[in-house]
Design a protein around this ligand. Structure first.
Ligand code: CDT
Length: 298
């Protein structure tokens, strides 16, 4: 597995320079033996949800209207030529005018360049209204609708693969819904500011919470997690790094050392995911669903 941590493309000069960097990392990943490369959330653009717009159409430039499209076709072509899969996070726009829908989306692409799976982000943090008191806005609830795909899993790369996006990684339900489908490898991309504007009291814990969330999700569902940042300065934002590859035992086997483009490559034996699924987290033996009703009822 390769985790392609990416420095934010700021100031933004279009898709091409970003795609060129992604292609360079894809080639390096293949040269280092990877079967799959994971890119961040909204990998092709800035984390634009920090800016207020009066009309969402003003931000249309940041959304992909088709996938693939000419801007990203080189990624699909290179993946096919190299025989490597990838996870790509991007802003998705479907329909037009009143009927338009916008999602924060990730796709899983196979080694022959075909789209295997699509996930639309469920947990959208922040707010939909303009908040003048904040140093920057956190407008995911304005820019995106709650995803309508659910947390699917796919048979891919010799195992059971799932996807989620950024804030999803903080929620135990995200992993458990995939865990119940036997997930062995979860891919997640993120954009996480060092300071959350509406509550700065836990800023000192931001990097700890990043790893805590993915390590807990991995262990409690006996799954690998590959978690990948867009990082560094993005306009008014300072985005954390900390990309990591986590084993089904919850241990970080590799983590990023920089806040730049950085490629992590680790051997992830998907059979290891069976280890805890057959013991402490053998769901069929040990879950007590009769005591979990409140999770679904509220
Ligand atoms: N992208 C994303 O979901 N980020 C949130 C923080 C947003 S603060 C503007 C996260 O949970 O990391």
């Amino acid at each position: 597995m390769a985790a392609a941590q990416m420095a934010a493309a700021s100031p933004y000069t279009g898709r091409k320079p970003v795609v060129d960097r992604m292609l360079a990392m894809m080639r390096e990943a293949k040269a280092r033996g990877a079967d799959v490369i994971v890119y961040p959330e909204l990998a092709l653009t800035p984390f634009f949800i920090m800016h207020w717009v009066d009309d969402l159409a003003e931000a249309d430039v940041y959304y992909e209207k088709a996938m693939p499209n000419p801007d990203v076709q080189p990624l699909f072509d290179e993946a096919r030529a190299l025989g490597i899969g990838f996870y790509l996070g991007y802003a998705e726009l479907i329909g037009q005018g009143e009927g338009a829908k916008r999602f924060n989306t990730a796709i899983l692409v196979g080694k022959t360049g075909e789209i295997i799976g699509k996930y639309r982000k469920v947990h959208l943090p922040g707010h939909a209204d303009y908040r003048p008191e904040l140093p920057f806005q956190g407008l995911e609830k304005l820019y995106f609708e709650v995803g309508d795909t659910g947390f699917g899993t796919w048979q891919a790369f010799g195992g059971v693969v799932g996807m989620c996006i950024c804030n999803d990684r903080r929620w135990p339900e995200t992993y458990r819904v995939m865990g119940l489908q036997g997930v062995e490898l979860v891919m997640v991309g993120y954009n996480t500011p060092t300071s959350v504007p509406w509550d700065t009291t836990f800023d000192h814990l931001t990097e700890f919470h990043n790893h805590l969330s993915v390590q807990a999700g991995a262990y409690q569902n006996s799954s690998w997690v590959v978690s990948v940042a867009k990082t560094g300065r993005d306009g008014p934002l300072d985005l954390i790094g900390g990309s990591c590859i986590v084993s089904p035992g919850g241990e970080i086997v590799m983590t990023a050392q920089t806040r730049e483009d950085e490629l992590l490559v680790a051997a992830c034996d998907l059979d290891l995911a069976q280890k805890y699924k057959r013991s402490v987290f053998d769901f069929s033996q040990h879950r007590r669903t009769e005591h979990y009703r409140a999770i679904c009822d509220q």
